[in-house]
Design a protein around this ligand. Structure first.
Ligand code: WT7
Length: 636
């Protein structure tokens, strides 16, 4: 199926062809899928608007490519293996036939709730197979799903519901994560006091904890499924119809709804899955992300299932009941490809080698990382102790907006270098520009990473606000997609991602806008102003450092900090809680009132050597004061 690269020369050959004639390349990839009607044009685009269309006038349903296409060939093969949080609970195996039935029934349930093509549906669920069933059922009836990570607060959930005026929420009573239970349904209830568009809430029973069910609005998943037919004909979708919205943080304002489309995303998530991980028939693939992030969408659900692969879904966390859990799961299910975030590896590394050395791990063939740069130490630990020196590591660079992996080794084929994402995948044309927009040609250059030509998996718009899409990604460097990342192309032409060049930080592989955290902090009644920056954190990659000006007349510093953390927790969620908070009297500002974050970043990093030109500062003394008070910043 599709194009599978098998050798380095094969990669080089396909890459060159894909850049010379992208239309021929992508139509060859797309031909292996099931289309109700073939496309007229492969691609039409104008990055200055932006207007991006792939497989113009093509008609399809992505779930027919996941379900019907596999029923008669691999119907009895496992599609999803689900490993529960508690190792003493039985795991579940869902075959392609089972999945087809479950998705069809769920599609009929959605129809019975009044869901129509184009409606927006929020999925706020723990990591259970029903989350994947819910996503696929939305796709099948033509509704647009927006999965919200169940670690986000009621407030964040309400913002997302309101932004896309969702009609239905699919959720669960609660969720298990390690020793904790999350009261998911009550968070939904709280969110819904701030929204108006939700008509129905479908609630899966997972923990059995008691919940409030609002008559007329809330329906148990199992009740809604009773007597429902397991046959359903998929809705016909245009290639450019929206498949899903996924909210992600930017450098300004509230999170934006990144929109992916049916046809292009289908081709891209499948093509990259199959090639990067070199998936072969019968392999068990495990991506440890949550379905609430793009990694979960593309490499737990869509990419693997479109390939007819077996995807493992894990409900719990790496350190519970003990830090060998990941490796025990690999042995239990004989996992062949394992894909995780550097932050998870660093947190496990801290427990030493015993938890990993006691496991066999001989089933592993390929290891992957995603979400943030991997430091050399973690890379070697992964390579030596998890992969036992036998498994290639694919360091995959991509973004919520890109839909799938753009720069990455092809497992076992592209020679790797620790901390390098290496080379672009076929069809991906990276370009490096300096801050003035000059193209930096050749090797041994460093600058802003842009992409020259569209690829099928890229975002089409930001929901309800196309201008924002233009401003965020297409306005800085005219005619290119700007990633927001800095990059180095080394003497061998290999790419190394250097991190964000905008006001976005990466905390445990999760993207966080500093402005978003500042806005949450500023909600505290005693806070006058705040400035948030990232700083290097041993486990999280980057930690959150907040400089805060506050009225301290009726509070101790310790109380203020505790309240600020609680505030951020409530407004955004636990992942956004600042690790360090420093109360200051002033912030370094220019005469025009702009905060000089460059200086704050250096102080937060502990680099006090050279602040560059500070002559434009309104009050240079604040810098001295902040440096002097640095040790008072709260350390978790
Ligand atoms: C940002 C995107 C891609 C899914 C998970 C995160 C950073 C991502 C790598 C990598 C260095 C990476 C970038 C990117 N990033 N992968 N392999 N090496 N940095 O998705 O939340 O959309 O964040 O994560 O800075 O822009 P996201």
């Amino acid at each position: 199926m599709s194009i599978k690269i098998q050798t380095l020369s094969g990669y080089i050959h396909e890459y060159q062809k894909s850049i010379l004639d992208p239309e021929a390349f992508w139509s060859r990839v797309a031909e292996s899928f099931y289309w109700r009607k073939k496309w007229d044009e492969v691609v039409e685009f104008d990055f200055t608007i932006p207007d991006i269309k792939w497989f113009v006038n093509g008609k399809l349903n992505i779930t027919e490519n996941i379900l019907e296409r596999h029923l008669y060939t691999i119907g009895d093969k496992p599609a999803i293996i689900w490993e529960p949080n508690d190792p003493s609970e039985a795991h579940r195996v869902i075959t392609y036939t089972d999945l087809h039935q479950q998705v069809c029934r769920m599609s009929n349930v959605l129809k019975s709730l009044g869901v129509e093509k184009g409606d927006r549906i929020i999925i706020y669920m723990p990591m259970v197979p029903e989350a994947a069933v819910a996503m696929l059922a939305c796709a099948r009836v033509g509704a647009i799903h927006s999965v919200v990570f169940a670690g986000f607060s009621a407030n964040s959930l309400a913002d997302r519901i309101n932004d896309c005026t969702a009609k239905v929420v699919i959720t669960a009573d609660g969720g298990y994560r390690g020793a904790k239970t999350t009261p998911i349904k009550s968070i939904v209830d709280d969110a819904l006091t701030r929204t108006e568009s939700i008509e129905k809430v479908l609630v899966l029973k997972r923990t059995g904890d008691s919940v409030n069910m609002k008559p007329g609005r809330d329906i148990w998943w199992h009740d809604a499924h009773e007597g429902v037919d397991d046959k359903h004909k998929a809705e016909e979708m245009d290639a450019e119809d929206m498949l899903f919205i996924l909210y992600t943080s930017g450098s300004t304002g509230k999170p934006k709804g990144v929109v992916h489309s049916c046809g292009g995303y289908m081709i891209y998530s499948q093509f990259t899955f199959q090639n990067v991980f070199q998936y072969s028939v019968g392999d068990i693939f495990w991506c440890t992300a949550d379905v609430g992030w793009i990694t979960g969408h593309s490499y737990i659900v869509y990419g693997p299932l479109l390939t007819g692969a077996t995807t493992l879904m894990f409900e719990g966390i790496p350190t519970w009941p003990d830090p060998s859990r990941f490796w025990e799961i690999v042995d239990k299910h004989k996992v062949n490809q394992f894909y995780t975030a550097p932050t998870a590896l660093r947190s496990l590394q801290a427990f030493g080698q015993e938890p990993v050395l006691k496991c066999d791990l001989s089933s592993l063939k390929v290891l992957g990382t995603v979400g943030e740069p991997i430091n050399e130490e973690a890379w070697h630990w992964y390579h030596d102790h998890v992969g036992k020196g036998r498994c290639p590591i694919v360091d995959t660079w991509w973004q919520t907006e890109t839909g799938g992996i753009l720069i990455s080794p092809i497992a076992g084929i592209t020679p790797t270098k620790p901390s390098y994402a290496t080379l672009p995948l076929p069809g991906v044309d990276p370009i490096i520009l300096d801050n003035e927009g000059k193209v930096l040609k050749g090797n041994s250059v460093e600058g802003n990473l842009c992409i020259k030509f569209p690829w099928p998996g890229m975002l089409r718009t930001t929901y309800g606000d196309h201008k924002r899409c233009y401003e965020n990604y297409f306005s800085q460097f005219k005619g290119y997609y700007f990633t927001g990342d800095g990059v180095k192309r080394d003497e061998d032409g290999y790419y190394r991602i250097l991190g964000r060049v905008d006001d976005v930080i990466n905390v445990s592989g999760h993207r966080m806008g500093t402005a978003e955290v500042e806005n949450a902090i500023n909600e505290h009644p005693r806070v006058v102003e705040s400035a948030v920056v990232g700083y290097p954190h041993e486990v999280k990659g980057q930690g959150i450092y907040a400089f805060v000006i506050a009225d301290m007349s009726d509070r101790t510093e310790a109380n203020l900090k505790r309240e600020i953390r609680a505030m951020v927790n409530n407004i955004i969620g636990p992942i956004a809680k600042p690790d360090r908070i420093q109360v200051v009297h002033g912030l370094p500002k220019t005469r025009s009132g702009k905060i000089m974050r460059r200086i704050l970043r250096k102080i937060a990093q502990g680099d006090l050597s050279n602040f560059g030109d500070t002559s434009t500062l309104l009050d240079p003394n604040v810098v001295e004061e902040i440096i002097a008070g640095k040790d008072s910043a709260l350390v978790e």
